[in-house]
Design a protein around this ligand. Structure first.
Ligand SMILES: Cc1ncc(COP(=O)(O)O)c(C=O)c1O
Length: 367
């Protein structure tokens, strides 16, 4: 069969599917900036600059059963997460990153032609997952400060609406959603998914409410607060029947034994990790103050571990490129509702200092 022949067999709706734009490899950036890989300052993916608990490395180095499949029923993992969230294990499903739960929830609810309400601009994996299910994204724009427009969301609900997706706080804007707004949407009876990837930084969660509602779900991750992005550990809190269905459609071994160890050790070292979370929150506030002093940038208040900035004077793409040439990675954002912007992850204090110095140099060049 020719290459054309096999391509013709692909689902036609996926032939033009754009995919998800992930960042560049560190090696490529380091080579272009002519610096060692470990000198790159990586502020483009909202990762934890402090890394994971040292206990994780220690425990992995003595583990000897890598040849055995992990427990498909996630018994210990769900119990550990019960201890962390104070929500019963029957509500909990873990996954390979919360990305995968967005995918699984979409597969569970969304079929061809079904509608999903998304409050844009927001995390692009929502569009990615729903589109792969042949669902139709109904985009409801946020207001000028990136708050969810609750009445517009309610108006967008039709008989075909299967899900309302809310990121709290939102990525890339950092905006929180008041719990009263979330509950107004839950009261519509449509299943509501609240993605709480940054909850440890924001402190606001709906998880204690999940057991009171049949249509409320919350997604979380160990990628950000616990510094375990490369392990891919996400989990969700669901009504128990939904958790059962999700367990039945997930691939059996999607959370590795190494990830279970990482969760176990992180939760034993919670004080250490929460200290780092507090350091990141304090640094976010300092970074915000420094960014505000640059008159050509407009930073937006954030409850997460990153800050969105509109570029008021100059091109965001050039700012991003200029920083990259100096070995500093930030995310360039160009969405129909969010033009000419960059999103900056919160790093260590020395990362903030290097970033601000570089921005001042780039700003001078542009003036
Ligand atoms: C809102 C939101 N949800 C989910 C994720 C994905 O997290 P994970 O690493 O657990 O897949 C991210 C990552 O940036 C995010 O910003």
């Amino acid at each position: 069969m020719s290459e054309e022949g096999i391509v013709k067999l692909i689902r036609p709706d996926l032939l033009t599917f754009g995919g998800y734009a992930a960042g560049k490899s560190l090696e490529a950036v380091a080579a272009a900036a002519k610096i060692p890989v470990d000198s790159v300052i990586k502020l483009d993916a909202n990762e934890n600059p402090y890394g994971c608990s040292p206990r994780v490395k220690e425990a992995l180095s003595t583990y000897s059963s890598f040849n055995i499949y992990p427990d498909a029923g996630q018994t210990e993992l769900r119990k550990l997460l019960q201890g962390y969230t104070s929500v019963g294990a029957e509500h909990i499903v873990a996954s390979s990153g919360s990305d995968q739960l967005i995918d699984l929830v979409s597969r569970l609810f969304v079929g061809p032609g079904d509608e999903v309400i998304n409050c844009v601009p927001t995390f692009d994996i929502f569009r990615f997952a729903v589109t792969l299910c042949n669902g139709r994204m109904v985009e409801v724009p946020r207001d000028g400060n990136y708050n969810v427009d609750v009445s517009a969301v309610k108006k967008a609900i039709t008989k075909k609406t299967k899900l309302i997706l809310l990121a709290n706080p939102n990525n890339p804007t950092g905006t929180p959603i008041p719990q009263s707004d979330i509950l107004k949407l839950v009261d519509t009876g449509v299943p509501v998914v609240v993605d709480e990837a940054y909850v440890e930084f924001s402190g606001e969660t709906v998880t204690p409410l999940v057991s009171q509602y049949k249509n409320l779900m919350a997604l979380r991750t160990f990628s950000k607060w616990a510094g375990l992005a490369s392990f891919r550990i996400g989990y969700g809190i669901f009504p128990p029947r939904i958790a059962e269905y999700l367990l039945s459609i997930k691939l059996p071994y999607s959370v590795s034994a190494a990830s279970l160890i990482a969760v176990r050790e992180s939760l034993k070292d919670i004080d250490y990790l929460m200290d780092k979370v507090r350091a990141i929150v304090a640094e976010r506030d300092r970074l915000f103050g420094e960014l505000e002093k640059l008159e050509w940038l407009k930073p937006f208040p954030s409850r997460a571990n990153f800050i969105l900035c509109h570029v008021l004077n100059g091109k965001a793409s050039q700012i991003q490129q200029g920083l990259e040439e100096k070995g500093i990675l930030v995310r360039y954002i160009d969405h129909p509702l969010l033009r000419n912007s960059i999103r900056i992850g919160v790093g260590k204090p020395e990362h903030t200092d290097a970033l601000i110095k570089a921005l001042k140099e780039i700003g001078k060049g542009a003036a």
